[in-house]
Design a protein around this ligand. Structure first.
Ligand code: AVJ
Length: 341
């Protein structure tokens, strides 16, 4: 089966010739899937990460079906402040954000998921077109269908695209100025150098439009660490679920009982680090290879950088953005920046 095609399309005899030929598939008039990596390439990438001196897995592999649900549960935790703090900032300041941005011709939602955050801003920002981008259109299909029912006047498009290593939007994302929407402090997964590269690409993709972006800020270590190591163990489950996904994608034989969740604030690097730590010496095997882990040896699974407001403003300027404005909660825990391309 062609992995680019929705099963319905396959039964219907596939897509038009032009759509089938390249690295893309038009699934329906308003859904577009750009090529995923092949399973063999994903497997090779994962195993390469596992066999590095310090084993490392990219955080995007945290988000299989269960992982996405566990992340949604994280956002409901009392200790995980970013989601609700950002939502409160949007709710309180949406009118000044609208004034700063002007009418939004095309809102491009990077990592849209259930599209809820963007939908709450449609009215205030006077959005004319909405383009939801996520790693897979499977995450977008249902939410977009429902959203289109609610907002019939807004033209909508879903794009399946992995932009974690570079951001290049297809022409369908819109010819005119675009407002790129990147909430949730997802930018925190990038090192500062990679964040600059990403924001430069984002700047080019704005086509003279603007950027609306959420950033988590540096705060007391105990507050940061509680948000990434909650007493209920949801974040631990989210992190440890990566091993189940690895067993599926890379054919490894990780035993969950051998691994624990570790999260801490690395102050010199200004980032929360998540790791999986071996509880005892263990050997992980797969077809054609193995990796021995000593007791307490770790697999690095995520960085979540925390910024100072002035440093993030400087980063946006370095990426080419201007007319920066930002809004914060009263505690100064989270910031939303608007900037012009
Ligand atoms: C989705 C990357 C913004 O870094 O706070 C939450 C992911 N990891 N708890 C974050 C995450 C553990 C989240 N981002």
């Amino acid at each position: 089966m062609n992995p680019l095609l929705h099963p319905d399309q396959e039964r219907a005899g596939g897509c038009p010739e032009e759509s089938r030929s390249g690295r893309r598939a038009v699934i329906s008039p308003n859904l577009l899937q750009l090529a995923h990596d092949e399973p063999a390439a994903i497997r090779a990438e994962l195993l390469a990460g596992l066999t590095e001196p310090t084993a490392t897995i990219a955080p995007k592999y945290l988000y299989d079906a269960l992982g996405s649900r566990l992340f949604a549960a994280i956002t409901e935790l009392p200790e995980y402040y970013p989601t609700r703090t950002e939502a409160a900032i949007f709710a309180e300041h949406q009118d000044s954000m609208a004034a700063a941005l002007g009418p939004v011709q095309t809102l491009v939602d990077l990592g849209a998921g259930n599209c809820e955050k963007a939908a709450r801003l449609f009215a205030a920002l006077r959005v004319q077109r909405y383009v939801a981008v996520d790693i897979s259109v499977d995450y977008l299909r249902e939410s977009l269908q429902n959203l289109q029912q609610q907002y019939r006047a807004i033209e909508m498009l879903g794009i399946g695209l992995d932009f974690s290593s570079s951001l290049h939007l297809p022409a369908e994302a819109g010819a005119g100025p675009r407002t790129l929407f990147y909430p949730g402090s997802s930018i925190g997964n990038f090192t500062p150098a990679a964040a600059l590269t990403f924001l430069r690409q984002a700047h080019a993709e704005c086509h003279g439009g603007s950027l609306l972006i959420g950033v988590d800020l540096i705060k007391e270590t105990d507050i940061l660490e509680a948000a990434y190591d909650d007493p209920l163990g949801v974040t631990a489950a989210f992190n440890r679920n990566l091993l189940l996904n690895l067993n599926r994608l890379a054919g490894t034989d990780f035993d969950l009982a051998d691994w624990r969740h570790v999260a801490f604030f690395n102050a010199p690097e200004s980032r929360i680090e998540m790791h999986l730590e071996a509880l005892r010496a263990t050997t992980v095997r797969w077809a054609g290879g193995e990796r021995r882990f000593a007791a307490a040896e770790r697999i690095h699974t995520e960085n979540s950088y925390k910024w100072r407001r002035e440093d993030f403003a400087a980063l946006l300027a370095a990426a080419g953005f201007s007319a920066m404005r930002h809004w914060c909660d009263a505690r100064g825990w989270f910031a939303v920046f608007a900037a012009h391309a």
